[in-house]
Design a protein around this ligand. Structure first.
Ligand code: FES
Length: 161
């Protein structure tokens, strides 16, 4: 089952005030560093905080959302402590990535782009991890696991339990 956390809850704006105070006269060119700091402070980019960024800087909400959704580093929903990225690219697909993806789903009880209820894991699939020679491959946080088969998945995940 996936987590379902409201993205519109009232949040403490003090971290945001500190971020904006550190970037006087913030404009569109400052959006990436602002969003990076917001994510670091809140763990993701809460909707209410993004709207406050828009109000305080005059940068339009559509521009903020454009940047927030363009870069993979930004999350618009609460994120788990560990991020699993499983490759679904062509090289990995022909070497069995559908079985790997299925094994991860079975082990965690979530679909791609979901987070476990205990906020431990977020599961994503990506087009290519740039390590096709390791196919099929996944990453957990910054660790690569290559030449995978479905039988290895449970024990790998348990290392992050
Ligand atoms: S296709 Fe999987 S790492 Fe490139």
């Amino acid at each position: 089952m996936s987590v379902n956390v409201s993205n519109t809850a009232c949040l403490d704006t003090e971290p945001l005030e500190k971020i904006l105070a550190s970037i006087p006269n913030a404009g569109p060119n400052d959006l990436v560093p602002i969003l990076q700091q917001v994510q670091k402070a809140y763990g993701y980019l809460p909707k209410s905080i993004l709207m406050a960024v828009s109000d305080r800087t005059g940068i339009s909400a559509s521009q903020i959302y454009g940047v927030a959704t363009f870069y993979e580093q930004f999350y618009l929903e609460p994120h788990g402590r560990h991020t699993i990225r499983c490759c679904r690219g062509t090289a990995c697909h022909v070497k069995g990535s559908p079985n790997i993806i299925n094994a991860i789903q079975q082990a965690l009880g979530i679909e791609p782009n979901e987070t476990t209820e205990d906020m431990r894991y977020t599961f994503e699939t990506v087009a290519c991890l740039g390590t096709c020679f390791l196919a099929p491959v996944m990453m957990i946080n910054n660790d690569y696991y290559g030449h995978l088969n479905a039988r290895k998945i449970k024990s790998i995940l348990e290392r992050y339990a």
